[in-house]
Design a protein around this ligand. Sequence first.
Ligand SMILES: NC(=O)c1ccc[n+]([C@@H]2O[C@H](COP(=O)([O-])OP(=O)(O)OC[C@H]3O[C@@H](n4cnc5c(N)ncnc54)[C@H](O)[C@@H]3O)[C@@H](O)[C@H]2O)c1
Ligand SMILES: O=C(O)[C@H]1O[C@H](OP(=O)(O)OP(=O)(O)OC[C@H]2O[C@@H](n3ccc(=O)[nH]c3=O)[C@H](O)[C@@H]2O)[C@H](O)[C@@H](O)[C@@H]1O
Length: 390
Amino acid sequence: MASVARVDLDGNPIKPITICMIGAGGFIGSHLCEKLMSETPHKVLALDVYNDKIKHLLEPENAHPWSDRIQFHRLNIKQDSRLEGLIKMADLTINLAAICTPADYNTRPLDTIYSNFIDALPVVKYCSENNKRLIHFSTCEVYGKTIGSYLPKDSPLRQDPAYYVLKEDESPCIFGSIEKQRWSYACAKQLIERLIYAEGAENGLEFTIVRPFNWIGPRMDFIPGIDGPSEGVPRVLACFSNNLLRREPLKLVDGGQSQRTFVYIKDAIEAVMLMIENPARANGHIFNVGNPNNEVTVRQLGEMMTEVYVKVSGESKLETPTIDVSSQEFYGVGYDDSDKRIPDMTIINKQLGWNPKTSLWDLLESTLTYQHRTYAEAVKKAISQASATS
Ligand SMILES: NC(=O)c1ccc[n+]([C@@H]2O[C@H](COP(=O)([O-])OP(=O)(O)OC[C@H]3O[C@@H](n4cnc5c(N)ncnc54)[C@H](O)[C@@H]3O)[C@@H](O)[C@H]2O)c1
Ligand SMILES: O=C(O)[C@H]1O[C@H](OP(=O)(O)OP(=O)(O)OC[C@H]2O[C@@H](n3ccc(=O)[nH]c3=O)[C@H](O)[C@@H]2O)[C@H](O)[C@@H](O)[C@@H]1O
């Protein structure tokens, strides 16, 4: 329910605003819309090509108290003359639209670059020309590889945080060669960040850039063959969930040695809310949003997800829970990987006082409970239909 006397971090009352949210039908957008509808008085113009993940917020038969505060506009920002008008109607634009699954970066590099750079250009331009605030979603991938990854394997400096902790205002962006098309996404995101920063410096655009570090939770991506293409390759949470639901071994790319820090989507959404409602503290900043305490190798993630799934589903563990696959076999030519991603939290702590709360075990428990409840029956049905026709 929208509360009456909501105040910002400086004790000032928060005025209701209208937000133009582009990519509102995706994973992050769906959680942000849910939060804005259930806990604030703000209005959302929700733009996307799809709305399946926010249908529960839009259906009139549910007679939600917020039904006059959310409006869905089905449009593709690549070619739609309504975009500028919608940005003008809002106080703030949040741009989430992007191709952001690694399986696409090396196999559809042109679509990836167009989506993450070219298609975002008009959004930045309209915000700048109409003096509208912009919160743009970039990625932790703009850091690329750590400095430490270039040191000799046995160098003691690899243990020194100066060589791996990622800082918004200091760390370089280190990508592989052009043949490693994996970096097409990170490079496009870096250039749009630079363009937004330049619009701020030269034309006074009020902007905030968000660099998410592996946000995960319910509604992330799709389960192949159930609510997405059978041959599709989603991000790791959905890949491993799919394997667990189908009782197949989890595939560890190049031995699962890469490291990631995972943050629960609900914790991360709190950070975005603080940015929305504290413009004076958020404008002009780039924020890492992640959980430095939840670091694991991908192999450890697979092992933990296996344990958690046994607990929430009541099913037994496979004799061979994981298998190794090469990145070339799994993603094709041109794949490369970030070795390690630990966010420095100094800036977000200082500006917004935000800290993540949820441990990796707890966030996997609630997420895999959701995956099991949502998909287990459908997966069983699909498997039995496939065996009946083969
Ligand atoms: N989830 C994460 O941990 C994470 C990490 C780093 C960066 N990000 C960034 O955050 C943003 C949102 O990520 P997500 O995980 O919610 O992804 P998502 O794929 O679930 O959501 C993106 C949404 O944008 C929409 N979209 C894409 N192109 C569009 C277009 N041309 N016109 C209209 N809508 C379009 C898609 O339909 C989709 O619903 C992306 O910019 C992504 O690069 C996410
Ligand atoms: O989430 C983020 O912060 C960013 O990073 C992700 O990149 P990445 O973490 O590499 O993507 P995942 O698909 O989640 O893969 C994580 C790791 O698991 C591995 N993996 C993935 C899938 C699988 O089945 N097995 C497996 O070992 C990958 O090779 C990679 O090392 C995506 O690029 C973006 O969504 C986003 O910008």
